[in-house]
Design a protein around this ligand. Structure first.
Ligand SMILES: CC(C)(COP(=O)(O)OP(=O)(O)OC[C@H]1O[C@@H](n2cnc3c(N)ncnc32)[C@H](O)[C@@H]1OP(=O)(O)O)[C@@H](O)C(=O)NCCC(=O)NCCS
Length: 196
């Protein structure tokens, strides 16, 4: 185990929650954004999304601080509600907290938000080289339906287009229930639903 991991506070215990993102979260969101994406968004983009984009829904995964320190953000994710389709805009987790189920937790929260908003399916685009994200999304029932050639302007990389089956279908409901059980086992005490 490297020094960074050894010092990282555990997120496997009580207290990890999902809640809606607030304007005051943007500085911490920016730290995660900068650590996660080479061509990330500026703070003004998040501020605009939160204050002006009626379609946008952003959530954060927040963990308790160690020894009475303030709670802090482990990751965030966003969705656009487009007619009857929920479009996943972003998911990111602090690098030293990855591989512990927080990415799953965030995608779970987005899917629950989409279902609560009566969206029929969820869709997204993902860099073709991003095997970890593609695997994460596949676990949530996203399957690949096409490729957008040279979609990313920074390096001309192709995007894979992914979509779910109907979110209200019995098969998807069963998948989500299975995933919820798995998440609860992975992160005991976690709250799976985003609160305001
Ligand atoms: C993608 C990302 C959000 C995943 O977050 P995470 O907290 O590490 O994800 P989880 O621990 O919940 O893992 C979820 C799944 O991702 C996959 N995964 C995670 N780490 C992986 C790794 N090192 N290698 C391969 N697959 C991996 C696995 O399928 C895993 O499911 P499993 O636990 O059943 O094996 C995180 O890697 C990240 O922030 N990356 C940078 C930003 C980004 O690329 N976002 C996606 C944009 S489309």
């Amino acid at each position: 185990m490297d020094a960074e991991c050894a010092e990282a506070p555990s997120v496997g215990g009580d207290g990890l929650v999902l809640r809606m993102m607030r304007a005051g979260d943007v500085p911490q969101v920016m730290a995660i954004e900068r650590a996660s994406f080479e061509a990330g968004w500026p703070a003004t983009a998040f501020e605009r999304e939160l204050s002006q984009n009626q379609m946008a829904r952003y959530i954060v995964a927040e963990r308790p601080g160690a020894d009475g320190a303030a709670r802090s953000l482990a990751g965030f994710a966003g969705l656009w509600l487009m007619l009857d389709e929920a479009h996943v805009v972003t998911v990111a987790v602090l690098p030293h907290l990855r591989g512990r189920g927080i990415g799953r937790l965030l995608v779970h929260g987005l899917i629950e938000l989409a279902r609560d908003s009566a969206m029929t399916v969820a869709t997204l685009e993902c860099r073709i080289s991003n095997a970890v994200a593609r695997q994460l999304y596949a676990g949530y029932g996203f399957y690949e339906v096409g490729v957008r050639k040279r979609y990313y302007s920074d390096n001309q990389e192709d995007a894979v287009i992914m979509t779910t089956e109907e979110l209200a279908s019995p098969a998807y409901e069963q998948r989500l229930a299975r995933l919820a059980t798995h998440l609860q086992a992975m992160i005991p005490g976690v709250k799976l639903y985003a609160e305001s």
